[in-house]
Design a protein around this ligand. Structure first.
Ligand code: ADP
Ligand code: ZN
Length: 208
C-alpha cells in the first residue's frame, strides 16, 4: 500500500504519520524532515531549502521531486508520503514514478491551525506537543529531552505557509478525488488518538 498524507500545516500530519507508519509497516517519507536534516547538516540542499522554508514558500520542484524520486527507487511498495506532493506539478511528476493507492486528507478548520502551529513544541525523538497541554513542562514526556520550537513555527511564516497551502496544495484534494483515490477524515476538534481511530477505519476498509 502506497499512501499520501495530505493536510494543511498544523493539521497533524506528522503525528498521524508516525502512528500509521508503525501500525501498517510503511516507510515514512517526510520532505519537511528531509529538508530539516539537510539544514542541520549544512548541505547545499539545506542551504537552498532554508531560504524558502523561512519564507513559508515551497522549495523548488526540481529539488523536491529529485529527493522523493531518489527515495522511492529504493522501494516500490509500502510507503507513506508526508508533505509531498504539495502542488499539481509534483503530483503529476509523482504519477510518473510511483503508483499511489490512496490520498488521506486530514481536514482541520482553518481557524484552529494558527494556534496549533504557533503553540507547537517538538522533540528530537519525533514527539510533538501543544504548550497548552504541557502545563509549563519543557521536557519530552517520552524521552526526557528538552523540547524546542521549529524555526518556521512563528506567526509571520505560518501566515505564508497557510497561504501557500490554500493556493498550491489544496487543489490536490480534487486531483485525487477525480482519480477516486481520496479519503477525507474530518478532524474537527478530535484528539490525535480519535483522529487515528478514524484513519484506521479508512485504511482497514481500504486494505480489505
Ligand atoms: P508543515 O506541513 O507543518 O508546514 P513540513 O515539515 O511538511 O511542515 O514542511 C516544512 C516546509 O518544508 C514547507 O513549508 C516547505 O517550505 C518545505 N517543503 C516540505 N515539503 C515540500 C514539498 N513537497 N515541496 C516544496 N517544499 C516543501
Ligand atoms: Zn522525546
Amino acid at each position: 500500500m502506497n499512501i499520501i498524507l495530505l493536510g494543511a500545516p498544523g493539521a497533524g500530519k506528522g503525528t498521524q504519520a508516525a502512528k500509521i507508519a508503525e501500525k501498517y509497516s510503511l516507510l515514512h517519507i517526510s520532505t519537511g524532515d528531509i529538508f530539516r536534516a539537510n539544514i542541520k547538516g549544512g548541505t547545499e540542499i539545506g542551504k537552498l531549502a532554508k531560504s524558502y522554508i523561512d519564507a513559508g514558500k515551497l522549495v523548488p520542484d526540481e529539488v523536491t521531486c529529485e529527493i522523493v524520486k531518489g527515495r522511492l527507487t529504493e522501494i516500490n511498495d509500502g510507503f507513506m508520503l508526508d508533505g509531498f506532493p504539495r502542488n499539481l506539478f509534483q503530483a503529476q511528476e509523482l504519477d510518473k514514478f510511483a503508483k499511489i493507492d490512496l490520498c488521506l486528507n486530514l481536514d482541520v478548520d482553518d481557524r484552529l491551525l494558527l494556534d496549533r502551529i504557533c503553540g507547537r513544541r517538538m522533540c528530537v525523538c519525533g514527539a510533538s506537543y501543544h504548550v497548552s497541554s504541557l502545563g509549563g513542562k519543557t521536557a519530552c514526556e517520552k524521552c526526557g529531552k528538552e523540547l524546542y520550537q521549529r524555526e518556521d513555527d512563528n506567526p509571520q511564516t505560518v501566515g505564508a505557509r497557510l497561504e501557500t497551502y490554500n493556493k498550491q496544495t489544496s487543489p490536490l484534494i480534487s486531483y485525487y478525488g477525480k482519480q477516486n483515490k481520496l479519503a477525507t477524515v474530518d478532524c474537527g476538534t478530535m484528539s490525535p488518538d480519535e483522529v487515528f481511530g478514524c484513519v484506521v477505519k479508512v485504511l482497514d476498509k481500504f486494505i480489505k
